[in-house]
Design a protein around this ligand. Sequence first.
Ligand code: DGY
Length: 338
Amino acid sequence: MSRKPNVWVTRLIPEGGLELIREACEVEVWTEELPPPREVLLEKVRGRDGLLCLLTDRIDAAVMDAAGPSLKVISNLAVGYDNVDVAAATARGIPVGNTPGVLTETTADMAFALLMAAARRIVEGVDYVRAGRWRTWGPMLLLGYDVHGATLGIVGMGRIGQAVARRAAGFEMRILYFDPYCDPGKIPPGIEATCCTLEELLAEADFVSLHVPLTPETYRLINAERLAQMKPTAVLVNTSRGPVVDTEALYQALASGQIAYAALDVTDPEPLPADHKLLTLPNCLVVPHIASASWATRTRMAQMAAENLMAGLRGERLPHCVNPEVYGSQPGQSEPER
Ligand code: DGY
């Protein structure tokens, strides 16, 4: 095309990505702190050649139709893409990009940080000191659970699950995993991990860490029945997507002592309102979906999202495309991340 492509970026992203886009495009950026409201999204996308969006934007057929036939690419600044109606994009011949790989280690760091914070009651300890309640060393004060030597159950042995397994090996944990493919080739070299059913994993694990993408199959995978299969001393860690866990069932399990603790980077709903009953529980730790939030990783994610966007605008294959069917390839050729 002779004119510069016209793109919309739905939030301020790290400069490393924005500058790549600015060099070649007319770009408008939504600079508010909160995501664009639905009506703004529908309006702003009109007539664009490219869209760089976030996991907080619901990109469905209506958005694609509002953009119109000029829309050549949708680039999502995340590895997860459950916010995009990929089938609708494919039906319109629009490639959808994501950012796999680059956030694997950073997200695994956070999963492990949450696991350890829950096990050793770090947040409760900090609150205790801040509240002026620390009056003496106490033999029974804030007792938690050992991480070393414990059994870790990894649900979903994708890239991030594997990275968590590597960390767990350093703590001499016994590793169980549940994965639909149960492929021993996925186990990092030198690490022992046993593939088992979800029921076996839940019954045996001291820590359960979730690393599955959100799909119709994984929606509320951890429900009341599954929580009841866990040990009363078990800790649940979720850095995947909030709706993988049934929030009401989790609240009941934590409040009744059916499981010991939950450490959540993601919630359903998200954001979790400050008056949500989960936040009244001392044995539930919630952080605001920040597992990939390191300076280096978010910069790299922005660059990757920009590279996907630019490739799509040039009519080239996206370096990271979730619907290769648009190029005549078989679906499922790009492995899901989590
Ligand atoms: C993702 O990329 O899907 C994370 O949830 C945010 O980094």
